[in-house]
Design a binder for this molecule. Structure first.
Ligand SMILES: Nc1ncnc2c1ncn2[C@@H]1O[C@H](COP(=O)(O)OP(=O)(O)OP(=O)(O)O)[C@@H](O)[C@H]1O
Ligand SMILES: [Mg+2]
Length: 428
C-alpha cells in the first residue's frame, strides 16, 4: 500500500490487480471523476489510465504483478477520448467497432459510465463472441449498468444469446439478427435510454465489412464509434455521418491467438461450473437445430438400400420431410441426393464434445453445456452442464448444438463447421 501525490494533469497507467482510493482531490478514470473517499479497481492483467483532475492524493493497493507508470504529456489518448464524448448526448444505440486489442471493451465501459452520469438508463450488449466480457464465450450478452465500472468484466450478463461459435465468419447473418434482438430487448423490456454495443474485432476483409454494414443498417445506431489504427474502418463507415473515429491507446498489450483461446477455455469452465451430468429427454427438450427425432425412423430394409447407395454403413436414419438424416459409420459429413430425398450423412458420435446452448422459450440462453452422447433408442441426450442449469431445467425449451468441440477439460479441439451445412436453422 502506498500513498501517491498526483499533480493536476498527471496521467498514470496502472496494470492490475490494483485498487485506487482517492484520499484528496479528484481523479478521472473511464469517463468518471472520483472524489475523496471514492475508489475503483484495476483488474489483473488489465491496464487502466487515470488522470488527476486537480492536485490529488491516492492510496494505491497494488496486487501481485501490478505496475504503475507515469506517462509523458500527450502520450495517452485519455484526453482525446474524453473530449470527444464529453458533450455528446449519449441516448440511443451506440455501436463500437474496431480491430482486436484496440480498447473496444474499455470504450464501452467509458460510454456506459458517461451515459449513466447523464442520468440515462443504460444497457450494455457485448456482441464479441470470442472475447466476451459480460457472459460466456460464443454468446451475445446483455447487462444493465447501474454503477460506474472500470472494466466491462465487472458486469454480469443478465441475458445471453447462444451464437454457437467463437467467430462470426460463417454465421454473421445470424449475429445481425441476434444483436438486433438483444438491442430491442434492452430498449423495450429494460426501457434503456442508452444501449452500448461492443462488437467483435473482425474488420479487415470484405465479408467483415458486409457484416458490419448490414449490422448498421439493421440496428440503426444513433452513433457509431470506431477505434481506428490506420484507415481500416473507412470501408465500414463510408456514407454514414453519425460516426466518431478515435485513436487507440498506444501501449495496449496485444493478446496472442493462444491467449485468446485460453481465455475462452477458462470461460467455458467458469460457466459450466460446478459441472453436473444430466440426461435430457429429447422428446420433451428437443435439439432445435437438428430435427432428428421429429422424423420417422427408417426401417432396416430401407437402411440397407441407403447404405448401398451411399457406400457406407448406415446405423440409423430418420426421414424429416424431404430430408433424411443418416448416422453413418464414417467420419465424413455428406449431403447427397438419393431418389427424391436430400440425404444428410453424419458421423455416428458426431455429437461427442459439442458445445451446446440450453435455450428458454424466448431463445435466450439458460446455460451452456457439453454434449456427451445421444442415446437414439432411449431418445435422450446425456450432457454436462452447470448445477444452475439443472435447477432451471424447467425453463429449458430446446438444446442448440454449437459449432465447436471441446474435450473433457473444456479445451477447444475442433471447429465443427460441417454441422452448419446440415443443420436446420429456421431463425435464418
Ligand atoms: N490506455 C491504455 N493503455 C494501455 N492498455 C490499455 C489502455 N486501455 C485499456 N488497456 C488494456 O488493453 C487491453 C485491451 O483493451 P480492451 O479489452 O478494452 O480492448 P478490446 O478491443 O476490447 O480487445 P479484445 O479484442 O480483446 O476484445 C486490456 O487489457 C486493457 O486493460
Ligand atoms: Mg473486448
Amino acid at each position: 500500500m502506498s500513498i501517491r501525490v498526483m499533480r493536476s494533469g498527471d496521467v498514470y497507467r496502472i496494470e492490475g490487480p490494483a485498487k485506487v482510493v482517492v484520499k484528496r482531490g479528484r481523479v478521472y478514470a473511464t469517463g468518471v471523476v472520483y472524489s475523496e473517499g471514492q475508489s475503483f479497481t484495476v483488474l489483473r492483467a488489465r491496464k487502466l489510465v487515470i488522470k488527476a483532475v486537480e492536485d490529488s492524493e491516492v492510496e494505491l493497493v497494488l496486487g501481485p504483478g501490478a505496475l504503475l507508470e507515469k506517462t509523458s504529456p500527450g502520450e495517452e489518448v485519455i484526453d482525446i477520448w474524453e473530449k470527444s464524448v464529453a458533450e455528446m448526448d449519449l441516448r440511443g444505440i451506440i455501436l463500437i467497432i474496431g480491430v482486436m486489442d484496440v480498447g473496444k471493451s474499455t470504450l464501452a465501459a467509458l460510454l456506459g459510465n458517461k451515459a449513466l452520469s447523464q442520468g440515462h438508463r443504460v444497457a450494455i450488449i457485448d456482441a464479441d463472441v470470442g472475447q466476451n466480457d459480460l457472459g460466456p464465450p460464443t454468446t451475445i450478452s446483455l447487462a444493465r449498468l447501474d454503477k460506474y465500472i472500470t472494466h466491462l468484466r465487472q458486469l454480469t450478463a443478465e441475458k445471453s444469446i447462444f451464437l454457437q461459435a467463437t467467430s462470426l465468419e460463417r454465421i454473421w447473418p445470424r449475429a445481425v439478427k441476434q444483436i438486433y434482438k438483444a438491442a430491442r430487448y434492452a430498449l423495450e423490456v429494460w426501457k434503456a435510454d442508452t444501449v452500448v454495443i461492443n462488437t467483435d474485432g473482425w474488420i479487415l476483409d470484405e465479408e467483415a465489412v458486409a457484416f458490419k454494414r448490414r449490422l448498421i443498417e439493421e440496428i440503426k445506431p444513433s452513433l457509431i464509434v470506431g477505434i481506428q489504427v490506420e484507415n481500416e474502418l473507412l470501408p465500414i463507415v463510408k456514407g454514414y455521418s453519425n460516426v466518431l473515429l478515435l485513436p487507440p491507446p498506444p501501449h495496449v498489450r496485444a493478446k496472442s491467438r493462444e491467449d485468446r483461446k485460453i481465455h475462452r477455455e477458462m470461460g467455458y469452465g467458469r460457466y459450466i461450473f460446478p459441472p453436473v451430468e444430466l440426461a435430457v429427454p429429447l422428446d420433451k427438450i428437443p435439439i432445435c437445430n437438428l430435427p432428428l427425432f421429429k422424423g420417422v425412423e427408417i426401417g432396416d430394409e430401407l437402411k440397407r438400400m441407403l447404405a448401398k447407395t451411399l457406400g457406407v454403413p448406415v446405423v440409423r436414419a430418420y426421414q424429416v420431410g424431404e430430408r433424411v438424416y443418416a448416422l453413418v459409420q464414417n467420419d465424413a459429413w455428406l449431403m447427397k441426393k438419393v431418389g427424391g430425398f436430400q440425404v444428410v450423412c453424419m458421423p455416428l458420435e458426431f455429437e461427442k464434445g459439442l458445445l451446446v446452448g440450453l435455450e428458454d422459450g424466448e431463445g435466450f440462453l439458460v446455460g451452456l453445456g457439453v454434449m456427451k452422447k445421444i442415446y437414439y433408442d432411449k431418445r435422450k441426450a446425456v450432457l454436462y452442464t452447470s448445477s444452475d442449469v439443472e435447477k432451471r431445467l424447467g425453463e429449458v425449451k430446446c438444446i442448440r448444438l454449437g459449432l465447436i468441440r471441446l474435450d473433457e477439460n473444456f479445451n477447444e479441439v475442433e471447429k465443427v463447421a460441417s454441422l452448419l451445412k446440415v443443420e436446420h436453422a429456421p431463425h435464418l
